[in-house]
Design a protein around this ligand. Structure first.
Ligand code: HPA
Length: 247
């Protein structure tokens, strides 16, 4: 990825990026309000990257309160050329077991009342972006190839169901998501992905399965279990990111 300045949006379990040699922090103000925090510029695996913690560096912003427009706009205007979103998810279908990495290829959006477009007002014409393939094919391929090269156990496709949160789902809701074709469930995949598309920023997700989704595992979902699984899987996320950058 020689000419690419990669942005990494870190989700739950990734509020800082180990190995990142930080050069500066940049406070951005956007027409859409404040991003989740300053952008962290630095060098990872020998190349310039920009890191942003989606939920804030102290993990205090819940999924439905994230200012997705400000985050994506800030990254675009900081000059990044692609975005890898790291996202904790619940696993619905059999392959999506906790601690696995997944590179989803499709999305179903169940979120509501989030600011989900840049094309809202003061328009000279109505804009409908194509979203047939919600993730950038080239960036997905790079992530998948990096994971293969370093022999990380990852699932190379899947449909991400984006729910509103912040509560977790009911078992019946997960059954419905599975009937709809979802393999994974998370609360932050949308509108982040479509906003990146609207600004023509190549965007792909590295999902990390934090737990079996509601009704798919044993008993209730605990935050301890989520934390443990994410802690265990994040080393692999970092390795994939570094291998992607180096490729
Ligand atoms: N549901 C929604 N979002 C999530 C989950 C889940 O089970 N786990 C991690 N993020």
């Amino acid at each position: 990825m020689t000419d690419t300045i990669l942005a990494i949006i870190g989700g739950t379990g990734l509020t800082s990026l180990k190995g990142l040699e930080i050069s500066r922090r940049e406070v951005m103000h956007t027409p859409y309000g404040e991003p989740s925090g300053p952008l962290t510029h630095g060098i990872l695996a020998g190349r310039e990257v920009v890191f942003l913690a989606r939920h804030g560096y102290s993990h205090t912003i819940p999924p439905h309160q994230v200012n997705y427009r400000a985050n994506v706009w800030a990254l675009k205007h900081a000059g990044v050329s692609a975005v890898v979103a790291v996202a904790a998810v619940g696993g619905i279908t059999a392959e999506m077991r906790p601690r696995r990495l997944v590179f989803p290829n499709q999305i179903i959006d169940y979120t509501w009342s989030r600011a989900h477009t840049f094309f809202n007002k003061d328009l000279t014409h109505v804009v409908h972006v194509d979203f047939t393939e919600p993730y950038d094919a080239d960036l997905r391929r790079k992530l998948i190839e990096a994971a293969r090269t370093i022999k990380i156990d990852a699932v190379e496709q899947g449909t991400y169901g984006a729910t509103q949160g912040p509560r977790l789902e009911t078992a019946a809701e997960i059954d419905r998501l599975e009937r709809d074709g979802c393999d994974l469930v998370g609360m932050t995949g949308m509108p982040e992905a479509v906003l990146a598309r609207e600004l023509e920023l190549p965007y792909a997700t590295c999902a990390v399965v934090a737990n079996w989704a509601a009704g798919r595992g044993e008993g209730v979902i605990t935050m301890d279990e989520v934390r443990e699984n994410l802690d265990a899987a994040m080393a692999n996320v970092r390795r994939v990111l570094e291998a992607t950058i180096k490729a």
